[in-house]
Design a protein around this ligand. Structure first.
Ligand code: NAD
Ligand code: DAU
Length: 339
């Protein structure tokens, strides 16, 4: 079995590569990644030493390059993680999101069709459903919830999902889609809420909470997401969408206080800042389908996952420091006024 993992130098992709190399020592894994600001080859340093793993630098939006790669490698399965993934950046500069998330997906779908890939899996997000009201804790996103994207990021992901389903219906491409809630865990780029707060708390800097901090996200430990994708690509039904989430809704302010608690830092570090434009209020996944059809359940509870995550960042400060000195430093100056 040969699997192409795109975006494998990013957060979830690299966790997925480690998960798969560990679980299926006979599988060959090829990682295609453009190494944007969010991609980090150091995250794959252990995988690179494995003879079953190969890294290829390139863009999923480069149609000719993607075609040549598929022709020479004959992949059985494609799992597409590659994306521009940060909502705030999509508000600043939407166009790269359209290029990578829509056109890049189109290039992969086309090559998958041409070279007879046995399964194309699109890693999507619960953000394609828009948001839920804060005063209706009884309602959740199901696979039948209408698409209603709020940001250029989520609109680009919803478009990619539609294209993926169109390739199934029109050309019979064997596709599956997963729509997961917010992930956290090792190797997450520190522009996202949890690693950002860990990094800032460790430096005794103020912790920027958008708006009133009452927006709700549904948090899942990254390994549980990887296990869900593994189940879907092996046992999922072609043409189907699977929501992935573990009923772990938290208000942002409570997540930030949890981080401070783990690091024994004072809540006085919290600063309320200008809200995100179009800020989604609440995400909450109903995972009934993947649970009843594929037997998936989350294994890591939030307390344990947060403990492991904070420990990972404490033990891997060099990984964070390398990122902080790169393109991210300029971004942080622009968004947070960091010096
Ligand atoms: P990330 O930003 O950490 O990583 C993205 C990776 O894609 C990086 O390695 C980057 O270099 C690579 N990439 C970007 N443009 C590329 C291109 N044109 N060609 C090849 N590679 C390119 O993202 P993540 O948080 O790991 O998310 C991975 C996927 O999962 C995304 O599709 C995202 O929409 C989805 N997702 C993320 C979450 C979450 O909470 N992080 C939740 C649900 C779904
Ligand atoms: O739900 C899945 C999505 O989760 C993925 O599709 C996205 O790729 C991923 O980035 C994530 O999107 P969010 O916008 O929910 O994640 P983020 O970490 O950027 O923000 C989480 C919440 O925290 C959100 O309500 C905004 C808030 N926030 C974020 C940052 C970076 C703050 O209050 N302060 C901050 O500095």
């Amino acid at each position: 079995m040969k699997i192409l993992v795109t975006g494998g130098a990013g957060f979830i992709g690299c966790n997925f590569i480690y998960y798969m190399l560990n679980k299926y020592p006979d599988y060959e894994i090829v990682c295609l990644d453009a190494l944007t600001y969010a991609g980090n080859l150091k995250s794959l340093s252990v995988a690179v030493a494995n003879p079953k793993f190969k890294f290829v630098k390139g863009s999923i939006s480069d149609k000719d390059f993607v075609d040549r790669l598929f022709k020479s490698e004959s992949f059985d399965i494609v799992v597409n993680f590659a994306a521009e993934s940060h909502v705030d950046r999509s508000i600043e500069n939407p166009f790269i999101f359209l290029e990578t998330n829509i056109m890049g997906t189109a290039c992969l779908l086309e090559a998958s069709k041409k070279y007879g890939v046995k399964r194309y899996h699109q890693v999507s997000t619960d953000e394609v459903y828009g948001d839920l009201p804060l005063d209706r804790p009884d309602i959740f996103f199901t696979e039948k919830t209408n698409l209603s994207a709020s940001s250029p990021y989520s609109a680009s992901k919803a478009s990619a999902d539609l294209l993926t389903l169109a390739y199934h219906r029109t050309y019979g491409l064997p596709v599956t889609i997963s729509r997961c809630s917010n992930n956290y865990g090792p190797y997450q780029f520190p522009e996202k809420l949890i690693p950002l707060m860990i990094m800032k708390a460790l430096a005794d800097e103020s912790l920027p909470v958008y708006g009133n901090g009452l927006n709700v996200r549904d948090w899942l430990y990254v390994e549980d997401h990887c296990r869900a994708i593994d189940l879907i690509i092996h046992n999922g039904k072609v043409g189907e969408i699977y929501n992935v989430g573990g009923h772990n809704e938290r208000r942002n302010i409570d997540v930030v206080k949890t981080v401070l608690g783990h690091l024994s830092k004072p809540e006085s570090l919290i600063t309320y800042v200008k809200d995100r434009a179009g800020h989604d209020l609440r995400y909450a996944i109903d995972p009934e389908k993947i649970s009843s059809q594929l037997g998936w359940e989350p294994e890591t509870c939030f307390d344990e996952g947060m403990k492991k995550t904070v420990e990972w960042y404490l033990e891997n400060q060099k990984w964070v420091d390398d990122i902080k000195s790169g393109e991210y430093a300029e971004y942080a100056r622009r968004i947070y006024g960091d010096s």
